[in-house]
Design a protein around this ligand. Structure first.
Ligand code: UDP
Ligand code: MG
Length: 307
């Protein structure tokens, strides 16, 4: 029988972990696969690790990695994927927002059709703050316009992959990880499965608006260099504008003389250009800081315990 590995990043999910295990185990039992679970405790401060250890004592197929601190979901997914052995590997949230019932149909697709991966996307964002949905949509539009890597709107990290794809994902060792981009960048044949948004089983979301904004910047900087080009385009446009203005004022002065005026206009122009220059330097800085962090080659995570 083939093995299926389930990777579950958990950060303060003490209430969800037992619910998740129960639902997932029940969904996998009738399937013709041998399951193993890799729970990754991402430096939780509640009883998450104890809950996972309890599961490990009762079921030897449950394994875990516990981080020395909170490294973020991306690092947790990486650690989990790295630990798996299965021919099939799924990444799932602990909060049951990724329905385990989909695992059966996903498996059937991988076994019977020529696909390497079945990914999921939410067709609704029901139960999510309106403002968050709005910005999420804008972000996907923007990223797809400026990046060659296609990122699907509403795509979840929940997906079932074949081993070859997992190994490809693991071969990308960047520190600023943006999985939605990485999954797409490695290629392979992906079938999309759609489902309605499900609300969290317990606990609350770990993503504040601010955290999501920073994460989306990681996505843009990691998968597009268009903002860098933006600075040169703006430079070019303003050079042309300046050239036209120089000619205009030169001719104007020759004809009508030179009364001193236009002081406010001067201030406006200085402020505008100063702003654009700082903005451009800021873009450079963003890429530089990412390069700096990557150049350090720090590990993606540090494990305290692995069982
Ligand atoms: N998570 C994590 N580390 C973090 C934040 C989140 O491992 O720093 C896990 C979390 O426990 C959950 C999954 O990532 O299993 C998705 O998080 P959440 O449900 O808060 O995100 P949402 O579904 O609201 O986008
Ligand atoms: Mg969730």
């Amino acid at each position: 029988m083939k093995q299926i590995s389930i990777v579950v990043p958990c950060y303060n999910e003490e209430a969800s972990v037992p619910l998740f295990y129960k639902a997932c185990e029940e969904a996998l039992r009738p399937l013709p696969v041998e399951p193993e679970w890799w729970f990754v405790d991402d430096g939780s401060t509640d009883g998450t690790l104890e809950q996972i250890k309890a599961l490990h004592r009762q079921d030897t197929r449950v394994h875990y990695i516990s981080f020395s601190r909170n490294f973020g979901k991306e690092a947790a997914m990486y650690a989990g994927l790295e630990a798996t052995h299965g021919e099939y590997v799924a990444v799932m949230d602990a909060d049951l927002q990724d329905p385990p019932a989909l695992l059966g149909p996903m498996l059937t697709i991988l076994e019977t059709e020529e696909y390497d991966c079945v990914a999921t996307r939410r067709v609704t964002r029901k139960g999510e703050p309106k403002l968050r949905s709005f910005f999420a949509r804008r972000f996907y539009k923007l990223l797809n316009r400026i990046s060659k890597t296609e990122v699907v709107d509403g795509a979840r990290d929940f997906r079932l992959m074949k081993r070859a794809m997992v190994d490809a994902v693991l071969s990308l060792k960047e520190v600023s990880r943006f999985s939605k981009g990485i999954f797409s960048w490695v290629g392979f044949r992906t079938q999309w499965m759609e489902y309605e948004n499900v609300r969290r089983a317990a606990g609350e979301t770990k993503w504040s608006f601010w955290k999501l904004l920073i994460y989306s910047l990681d996505g843009i900087i990691g998968f597009s260099t268009a903002p860098l080009a933006l600075a040169s385009y703006m430079g070019l446009v303003f050079c042309l504008l300046a050239f036209v203005l120089i000619l205009y004022f030169f001719i104007k002065t020759l004809i009508w003389g030179d009364p001193v005026a236009g002081f406010p206009a001067m201030i406006c122009i200085i402020l505008l250009l100063g702003g654009i220059q700082l903005f451009s330097i800021g873009i450079l800085g963003q890429y530089l800081s990412k390069t700096y962090l990557e150049a350090k080659h720090r590990p993606l995570y540090i494990a305290r315990e692995k069982e």
